[in-house]
Design a binder for this molecule. Structure first.
Ligand code: PAF
Length: 279
């Protein structure tokens, strides 16, 4: 496995290949990322993982500075997962001058849910992902479904900008108790870690109600409010717990034969977690 830090090294190494498969990450890798790498392997003739903590997608009050940088451990894990190339650029390499050109995703998809609570987040994500795409020139790229909205935003960007890249979604991996694997789980104290699964349980309970109580779209605001109240009573600060259409993340107009996704974001202590389940 080659670890490269500059665009020149990356390009000269990738010259020998015609179909790179890319897994963009911010490092501090866990089994969920490694599963994306394994998924990427058969999609190309060389598997590239990028590791870059992208300042552009963090608001000033968010965790950019404390986001764990664990390059050595990440590389050990990536090698074991069969990754061929790690691209780990410095900030100066990725943003050699202030990034004045940015990708501004459409409001109907990017200003709701995560985009509402993290204004500018998807602009930061799209800008760095487009730039990584230009640098690596992959024919395929894999993103985790845990960041459900991010995956949709990127798919739409690729479609609207006619990028010749196949985007694949990787299933969310979970701990034995059901907590979605996330780099941010590392921020949780032992007691918060025990409690953290409550976010997934709230989504499961909502799905159970939809499946068993023959609810209509008109019942959803009360369902969401109840779930929010219960999680709040357990000590969480809830950003959203909501039922949306998989197709476009809009509120569903009917619950009959509409593929749904239940999404949640909430803060436990100082840690903000997200999760989702498809029905
Ligand atoms: O999901 C992430 O880790 C990041 O948002 C990504 C896609 C690597 C862009 O910085």
């Amino acid at each position: 496995m080659r670890v490269v830090h500059t665009l020149a090294e990356l390009r000269s190494h990738l010259n020998a290949y015609s179909r790179p498969a890319l897994v963009p990450t911010m490092g501090n890798l866990h089994e969920g990322h490694l599963a994306l790498v394994r998924q990427a392997k058969p999609l190309g003739d060389v598997t590239v993982a990028s590791i870059f903590v992208n300042r552009l997608q963090f608001a000033p009050h968010e965790d950019f500075d404390r986001y764990p940088r664990t390059l050595e451990a990440d590389c050990t894990q990536l090698q074991a997962a069969g990754c061929d190339v790690v691209f780990a650029p410095s900030e100066a390499e990725l943003y050699p001058e202030p990034q004045g050109y940015k990708v501004s995703p459409p409001a109907d998809l990017a200003d709701l849910l995560e985009g509402h609570f993290r204004p500018g987040f998807f602009t930061g994500v799209c800008t760095v992902v487009l730039k990584l795409f230009h640098m690596v020139q992959p024919s395929a790229a894999v993103f985790g479904k845990k960041d459900y909205q991010q995956l949709m935003v990127i798919k739409r960007m690729v479609r609207q900008l006619a990028l010749p890249i196949e985007i694949h979604g990787g299933e969310t991996l979970r701990a034995a108790d059901g907590l979605a694997l996330s780099s941010r789980n590392g921020y949780l104290s032992p007691s918060e870690r025990t409690q953290a699964v409550q976010l997934n349980q709230a989504l499961q309970n909502m799905a159970h109600s939809i499946n068993t109580l023959q609810l209509t779209p008109g019942d959803l605001p009360a369902l969401e409010a109840n779930a929010t109240q219960q999680l709040t009573q357990l000590g969480w600060q809830v950003d959203y717990l909501t039922v949306r259409r998989q197709q476009d993340l809009a509120p569903p107009l009917t619950l009959v034969s509409t593929p749904l996704v239940l999404l949640g974001a909430a803060r436990l202590g100082k840690t903000r977690l997200i999760d989702n389940i498809e029905t």
